[in-house]
Ligand binder design. Structure first.
Ligand SMILES: Cc1ncc(COP(=O)(O)O)c(C=O)c1O
Length: 358
């Protein structure tokens, strides 16, 4: 069997959900489980939070249906709303909470014949300019949705662009914009993603929406997950499958981009970009071999990558290799690769078996 596994620690996810709840005392929390629970496995994550989570948030109807099949009673929020009119009927049958992020969706909702009313979250564009009504349009649509037979609760939500940059002016403007429409009659309000759960109490409102923090990665570039009291949920573990000596001046891997500057030992690891390891990670990106740090050497291949073992003379074929996880934060690897932990976690591909520990 190919030695590559994504170990997922479900107790860590429960711990991290509890951290989110402690950060926002008295508030409810949608556990964001879109994109296969950020690559961790929606089925297992929803099951492990079955009794803890106040609700779940997903990106589309297909994801919502998967959550509903696992949890008959949960509140499930469709973060981008329905993509076509026919989806409102399915959303009602699945008893979803639905974002309504613009006039087209509002019109389609008001035209829908539904067996039961939906909890609707009007999305306000507070400054990210991705989804949502302008404050004026929101005021205009509010009374129509308030009176609509298709609407049970009428709620308000918005999303931050820069909550991960502490003290950012745009975030202050977004909070002010959100507060400016609270004279309207809403049943529930929701604004905070993980960064805001952790650092902006004024944004906690009634429901928070933690995503990345549940998986033990940080939303910030300058505060690590451990400092935030979070436990990494995924460890991507491979093995050394070959070791060789490389003489000065010889190269390693495609493109011959890494050239030995000293007599070197190079190891080959059973993980590549077809597993989700970023191909653009440069030489020098940290990798743990037998618990010790080594550096990526040369280009990542489809199924393998190389590490410089020259300073680890004991390293041998069969040694455990951690690409990221409990001992090497995914955020550190992401920073080397010029991306964020979110991307690395969500891109671990289907061929990597997930193994769960509860
Ligand atoms: C609308 C919305 N709310 C909450 C989240 C969770 O964000 P984070 O993973 O930064 O906590 C996301 C994720 O992208 C989102 O799109």
């Amino acid at each position: 069997m190919r030695p590559l596994v994504a170990h997922v620690d479900l107790a860590a996810i429960r711990h991290n959900y509890a951290v989110a709840k402690r950060c926002a005392p008295g508030r409810e929390a949608f556990a964001v489980v879109k994109a296969n629970a950020y690559g961790h496995g929606a089925r297992e994550v929803v099951s492990c939070l079955h009794d803890e989570a106040d609700g779940f948030a997903v990106a589309c109807l297909e994801e919502a249906a998967e959550v509903r099949a696992l949890h008959a009673g949960a509140r499930i929020l469709l973060l981008e709303g329905c993509f076509e009119p026919a989806e409102y009927l399915i959303a009602a049958q699945l008893r979803l909470d639905v974002a309504v992020q613009g006039p087209e969706q509002a019109q389609a909702l008001l035209a829908a014949q539904l067996p039961s009313a939906l909890n609707v979250w009007m999305k306000l564009d507070t400054g990210m300019h991705r989804l949502g009504f302008s404050p004026e349009a929101l005021r205009d649509w509010h009374p129509r949705l308030r009176q609509a037979p298709q609407v049970a609760e009428l709620n308000l939500m918005s999303h931050f662009a820069n909550a991960d940059l502490r003290g950012d002016e745009l975030t202050e403007d977004q909070v002010a914009c959100f507060l400016s429409v609270l004279d309207l009659d809403f049943d529930q309000r929701s604004l905070a993603n993980s960064a805001a759960v952790l650092t902006i109490p004024a944004a906690h409102m009634d429901w928070v929406r933690p995503g990345i923090m549940l998986y033990g990665a940080t939303p910030f570039s300058d505060i690590g997950a451990a400092e935030l009291g979070l436990r990494p949920a995924m460890s991507l573990e491979a093995q050394l499958i070959a070791v060789r000596e490389v003489a000065v001046g010889e190269s390693v891997g495609y493109g011959a981009t890494w050239v030995a500057e000293r007599p070197s030992r190079v190891g080959t690891v059973s993980c590549g970009y077809a597993d989700g390891y970023p191909r653009h990670a440069p030489s020098g990106t940290p990798v743990l071999v037998g618990g010790q740090r080594a550096a990526l050497a040369g280009r990542v291949s489809m199924d393998m990558l190389a590490v410089d073992l020259t300073d680890l003379p004991e390293a041998a074929v069969g040694d455990r290799v951690e690409l990221w996880g409990v001992n090497l934060p995914v955020d550190e690897v992401a920073a080397h690769a010029g991306t964020i932990g979110y991307e690395l976690l969500t891109k671990v591909t289907a061929r990597v078996p997930r193994r769960y520990r509860s």
